[in-house]
Design a protein around this ligand. Structure first.
Ligand code: 9D3
Length: 231
C-alpha cells in the first residue's frame, strides 16, 4: 500500500510510524508513507498557504490553490487513489473504516491546520475523517493514527501471532485479564483456572471475563457485538 500525506509539517513523519510493526512494514516495502510539504505547491514569493477568512473571524484558513494542485496531481497519477481530508467534522474513524481503507492500493491523506480548509477545497477533496471528538491542532497526528491502524491490516504486516490477536479482537472486542510470572505477586495470585492446564475451562473463563468487561465498560460495544455475534 502506498500512502501520501500532504502537510505543512512533513518533518513530523514518519515519527512514530517509523517504529514497531508499521516501521517494519515500511522497511520491508509492504507500505510506503511519503510526506509532502504543502508549501512546495505554492508559486508566490512568500509561499503562502493560508489567508484570513472572508467575513472575518479568528485565525487563518488554508488556501485552496496549493491544496488542490497537490490533490489533482495525485489523482492524475492513478485513478485508484482515495483522497481523504483529516478534519474534526469528518466521519469518525474506527476499526471498520480501517478495514475498508486497508483494501485500497493508494491513500492520499490531507492534513488541515489553523481554523480549517477553504470550503471549495474541502468539497473537491470529497471525503473527511475525524479520529474522535476532541480538539487537535491539525491533522498530522490524526493521519498517523489512521496509517497505524490501517497498516496493521495490510496483508503480511503482522506476524502470524499478532494476526491471531487481531482476529480475536474483532470477534470479542475485549481482552480478558492477562497474567505472566510470578504466579504470586505481592500476595496477589494468578487465577487458579489459568494454571489448571484445562484448556476448555481456560477458554470459557477468558470469554466470560472479556464479555463481562465489555458489558461493564463499553455497553455500546457489547450491544453491537450481540447484534453481530448473536450472543
Ligand atoms: C477550536 C477550533 N475549532 C472551532 C470550532 C475548529 C477546529 C479547527 C481545526 C478544530 C480543530 C482543528 C484542527 N484539527 C484537525 O485538523 C483534526 C482533528 C481534530 O481536531 N480532532 C479529531 N480528529 C481530527 S482530524 C483533523
Amino acid at each position: 500500500m502506498r500512502v501520501d500525506v500532504l502537510t505543512l509539517f512533513p518533518e513530523a513523519f514518519p515519527g512514530p510510524l517509523g517504529i514497531g510493526v508499521v516501521g517494519r512494514a515500511i522497511e520491508r516495502g509492504l507500505l510506503s508513507v511519503t510526506a509532502h510539504d504543502l508549501r512546495g505547491y505554492t508559486h508566490d514569493r512568500h509561499r503562502q498557504v493560508d489567508d484570513i477568512p472572508f467575513g472575518g473571524g479568528p485565525g487563518m484558513v488554508l488556501k485552496p490553490e496549493p491544496l488542490l494542485e497537490a490533490v489533482r496531481g495525485f489523482r492524475s497519477q492513478d485513478a485508484v487513489s482515495r483522497v481523504i481530508l483529516l478534519s474534526p467534522q469528518g466521519r469518525t474513524f474506527d476499526q471498520e473504516v480501517a478495514r475498508e481503507l486497508a483494501a485500497e492500493p493508494h491513500l492520499v491523506l490531507v492534513c488541515g491546520r489553523y481554523q480549517g480548509v477553504d470550503e471549495r477545497a474541502r468539497e473537491e477533496i470529497g471525503e473527511e475523517l475525524s479520529i474522535g471528538d476532541y480538539v487537535l491542532s491539525g491533522g498530522e497526528l490524526a493521519a498517523m493514527v489512521v496509517v497505524e491502524a490501517v497498516a496493521r491490516l495490510v496483508p503480511g504486516t503482522l506476524g502470524s501471532q499478532e494476526s491471531l490477536t487481531e482476529e480475536t479482537f474483532t470477534d470479542r472486542g475485549f481482552e480478558p485479564p492477562l497474567y505472566t510470572r510470578p504466579a504470586v505477586f505481592e500476595g496477589r495470585e494468578v487465577p487458579e483456572v489459568l494454571r489448571s492446564g484445562n484448556h476448555a475451562a481456560i477458554e470459557r473463563w477468558r470469554r466470560e471475563q472479556s464479555d463481562e468487561r465489555m458489558r461493564r465498560r463499553r455497553p455500546d460495544m457489547a450491544r453491537d457485538a450481540a447484534q453481530i455475534g448473536g450472543v
